[in-house]
Ligand binder design. Structure first.
Ligand code: UT7
Length: 335
């Protein structure tokens, strides 16, 4: 069990926002050599949402944040800190956190973006928890938001079928002493995995040039099979570890909310902890892999479906580019 401070951080609001436009597997069949059966069987994805041109990550991020604030019953000017995990910021700088701060009128907040790829939401949640437990912040917005469609090679069937756009957000606050909120987290990185999943150009190492554009280096590169092998093992292990080290067994878990990258990766983690289907949150069928947005938006869907009650035991986990991974265990503390 990790060391606990006197203040306990808990999730007190959750929101999401997705573009209207749906891209189905049938639509993709017209774009690349693929088919619905292959995509559903290998990934679990049936459709994903895609932003219109000219929409950056801040747009749905701000809407998801507003929904989370409304759920928590707090005003934007009460927010102390905004953390935005994303791999598709509106631009390299300023931070998307600054853009969203202005859009929602969080006049007393500071904030920053965080790059942890598919584990970004869990890394940001752990940061929010630490700020609250240290007494440095009272109300924190964590906003996972992505426009993955802006960094996909729409001629590469290995990657373009996997991802979608959208946003999810949570409000994290200090909860009453008598309640338990977030009570443990595990986070890890291993840079040796970087070669399997990355975007080569657009950073300081390889700035944009005619050559980088011609060679499609501003899009996701993924060695799918390699990432799959590490993700299956990594996500199952980090989930099992957090459940075990807190003295629980599978049947204690009310809801398992894994990062939504591939249904087969989720099922491997589910099996390792011994969870029934009814304990698992699945949104990959309708949203695809939305990177940092997948866990908070899946939480919002679960909340809307009445699957989260005061005190519900919730386990979150993720694995992604970097490699990065994480898990988190909490009691549900939102209304
Ligand atoms: O969230 C960040 C972390 N990312 C992930 O967790 C993704 C991890 N990787 C995966 O989810 C899977 O590896 C994929 C879904 C990307 C691919 O599934 P797979 O079962 O590993 O397939 P594969 O790459 O081994 O490819 C199997 C076959 C290949 O054909 P051959 O070489 O056997 O003739 C591919 O060319 O499937 C072919 N293929 C496709 N066929 C139809 C690859 N993509 C497609 C496609 N439609 N879209």
């Amino acid at each position: 069990m990790a060391v606990r401070s006197l203040l306990t951080a808990g999730i007190t609001g959750v929101g999401m926002s997705f573009p209207e436009k749906r891209l189905t597997n049938a639509d993709l069949e017209k774009m690349v050599a693929t088919n619905d059966e292959w995509i559903v069987e290998r990934t679990g994805i049936r459709e994903r949402r895609i932003c219109e041109e000219g929409i950056g990550a801040s747009f749905h991020g701000a809407k998801a944040a507003e929904a989370a604030l409304e759920h928590a019953g707090i005003r934007p000017d009460e927010v102390d800190l905004i953390i935005v995990p994303t791999v598709t910021p509106d631009m390299m700088f300023p931070a998307t956190a600054c853009l969203i701060q202005e859009m929602i009128g969080a006049t007393d907040a500071w904030g920053f973006d965080l790059e942890g790829a598919c584990s970004g939401f869990l890394f940001a949640l752990q940061n929010a928890r630490a700020q609250i437990e240290a007494g440095h912040a009272k109300k924190v917005l964590v906003i996972g938001t992505e426009v993955m469609s802006s960094i996909l090679d729409w001629t590469d069937r290995n990657s373009c079928i996997l991802f979608g756009d959208g946003a999810g957000a949570v409000v994290v606050e200090a909860v009453d002493e008598s309640r338990i909120g977030i009570f443990d987290a595990i986070n890890g990185i291993d840079g040796a995995g970087g070669k399997f999943l990355h975007m080569k150009a657009g950073g300081s190492l390889m700035p944009a040039s005619q050559e980088t554009i011609d060679n499609k280096l501003h899009t996701v590169f993924q060695a799918g099979r390699d990432v799959y092998k590490f993700a299956v093992k990594g996500m199952a292990k980090v989930t099992k570890d957090i459940v075990d080290r807190n003295g629980f067994i599978g049947s204690d878990v009310d809801l398992f909310v894994p990062h939504q990258a591939n249904i087969r990766i989720i099922e491997a983690a589910q099996r390792r902890v011994g969870l029934e289907d009814s304990q698992v949150a699945i949104t990959i069928d309708r949203f695809g892999n939305t990177t940092a947005a997948s866990i908070p938006s899946a939480l919002r869907v679960a909340y809307e479906d009445g699957r989260l009650k005061e005190g519900s035991l919730v386990v979150l986990c993720a694995f992604g580019a970097g490699f990065t991974w994480g898990s988190c265990i909490l009691r549900w503390t939102a209304p």
